[in-house]
Design a binder for this molecule. Structure first.
Ligand code: 3NM
Ligand code: MG
Length: 520
């Protein structure tokens, strides 16, 4: 059995000045690299052979397999454990016929079709890339993005072919890479392949150790989304949602919101009404500092002018294991919004994605529901429960579909919520207010869980309960506001809604909640 978990690909040109190759390789092996590929793009045959021989000795000392990039003759000459082949290198079948039995053959793949072909040709593993942008190699295919890896892993279901991701993988994004690269069928990566993060490090053993520690805690974690999840009951949900409101009122978390100009004021008021503290900040320079102190981050796509800040804020929040709530307002409306949303979701891991039917359909590339601007049109999904569950599995987060009925899933549990009032649809930005409330409740969930070991998670806390709490708070406040005798229309409804959020208690929330767990 080969351990692919930390796959080092060499690149001598990236060594820090004064660092000898053999010292670097020894230190990397010392740091826990589990397999090594010697990649020499410029060396002559004699030099390649020399480097391969040196590598072979070191790898043998550490009991680590050695793979040679491209050159079957070099692999044979040094009795390496295998070869790695690009799409334009020697075909797998030819390499197989030249190598002794039992040698490893790996293939670089950039699409589902290439993965299928590699399987058919008898490859032992595939290198899926490039998942992130990289300067190490001149790429001939577009950067895949983390979200494209899952479908490629699905193509390996039922085979024994292993998979590693490659391209731009760093200690800062390795957890995001691993978490995001799981297929809807639950197929995970077997490892990550890195060049520069280890090769250009002054302390390669430290860099390797750091990467390996993230991999280890991730692969050991049992609470993987869509895999082993806590089983909920409706009473448990109601109790936990009430607990979160209590925690929010006690801890007053800071809710950082990058949102749109239409709803900024009422969102900040809703945050305050729930007992939390809003900050509506969007300058790139302040994103890092905020990530250290915030309780949750809300990214609302309503007016897209701050994409760089949105990218940075989410990345920093992931790094700090804080909840990230994404509200892809009007994502189907323009090609630009689609592009920005894809870029955001490829850069950071959302904890919750919330949207109306039109928005979530656009995000899922579904034709089933159409949108007009920021509004959804038509009757919605034929099977909303299945839709939210599948999208949650695909995006690896909690998905909340809002409308007259709200549907929420973490990829395993599916919850149907029926609170609400027609007047919520008559004011602008009630959907955005739901986003704000979700972020606030997720901050409560984070507060409850912040001392737990969250090494393998991108956000600490129960984000399903956070999403449910946010929706319930707003829809229940909406029902209560609409029932007030002085509310005559949408104008008087809005301040009444803020009042009801302000007066909402854990007890009221629990008492009014209409929660149903459904199956598909
Ligand atoms: N192959 P770094 S990307 C060698 O996409 C290689 O197949 C890739 O280097 C592919 O870890 C890549 O420094 C370079 O980004 C990866
Ligand atoms: Mg090649």
């Amino acid at each position: 059995m080969i351990d692919y978990s930390l796959y080092l690909v060499t690149g001598r040109e990236l060594l820090p000045e004064g660092k000898a190759y053999c010292d670097f390789l020894r230190e990397a092996l010392e740091g826990g690299v589990t397999i090594v590929q010697v990649r020499e793009k410029k060396a002559d045959t004699a030099e390649f052979l020399h480097i391969a021989n040196e590598s072979k000795h070191l790898c043998t000392d550490y009991g680590v397999p050695l793979i040679i990039n491209d050159r079957v003759d070099i692999a044979l000459a040094v009795d390496a454990d295998g070869v790695h082949l690009g799409q334009t290198d020697m075909p797998v079948r030819v390499a197989r016929s030249l190598l002794p039995p039992g040698k490893i053959i790996g293939v670089s793949c950039n699409s589902v079709d290439q993965v299928k072909k590699a399987v058919k040709d008898g490859a032992d593993y595939v290198g899926i890339g490039a998942v992130w942008a990289t300067n190490t190699k001149q790429l001939t295919s577009p950067v895949l993005g983390v979200r494209a890896v899952g479908p490629m892993l699905s193509a390996l279901d039922g085979t024994s072919v292993k998979a590693v991701a490659i391209g731009g993988i760093k200690s800062s994004n390795v957890l995001r890479t691993l978490h995001g690269s799981v297929s809807t069928t639950g197929h995970r990566l077997d490892g990550v392949a890195v060049v520069s993060e280890i090769v250009s490090s002054r302390e390669p053993s430290k860099s390797a150790r750091k990467l390996k520690e993230v991999y280890r805690s991730w692969s050991n974690s049992t609470q993987q989304l869509g895999e082993i999840c806590p089983s909920y009951t409706t009473d448990m949900i109601k109790d936990r949602v009430a607990d979160l409101l209590r925690v929010v009122k006690e801890t007053k978390p800071l809710i950082h919101q990058i949102t749109n100009i239409v709803v900024a004021n009422q969102s900040a008021n809703a945050t305050l009404a729930l007992g939390a503290s809003p900050i509506m900040a969007s300058a790139l320079e302040e994103m890092y500092d905020l990530s250290r102190v915030l309780g949750a981050l809300l990214i609302n796509l309503g007016t897209v002018t701050d994409n760089e800040s949105m990218l940075a804020a989410g990345r920093f929040a992931n790094d700090a294991k804080k909840p990230v709530v994404f509200d892809p307002v009007g994502v189907g409306a323009t090609g630009f919004r689609r592009k920005v949303a894809a870029e955001l979701l490829n850069t950071w891991q959302a904890s919750v994605i919330k949207g109306n039917a039109g928005e979530l359909a656009a995000l899922a590339d579904s034709e089933e529901v159409q949108a007009k601007g920021v509004d959804s049109i038509g009757v919605g999904f034929a099977n909303p429960a299945k839709f939210v569950r599948d999208l949650a599995r695909k995006e690896r987060c909690v998905v909340a579909l809002t409308g007259a009925i709200d549907w929420v899933s973490d990829g395993t549990t599916i919850v149907k919520l029926t609170n609400g009032h027609k007047l919520l649809g008559d004011i602008t930005g009630s959907g955005c207010l739901v986003g704000t409330c979700i972020a606030t409740f997720c901050a409560g969930a984070w507060e409850l869980a912040k001392n737990e070991d969250g090494a393998a998670k991108l956000a600490r806390g129960d984000m399903l309960i956070g999403a449910l709490g946010g929706i319930l708070a707003l829809t229940i406040a909406g029902e209560r506001a609409a029932g007030r005798s002085n509310v005559q229309g949408s104008g008087t409804f809005l301040p009444a809604l803020i009042d009801e959020l302000y007066n909402l208690t854990p007890e009221k929330l629990k008492q009014d909640s209409q929660v149903e767990i459904v199956t598909v």
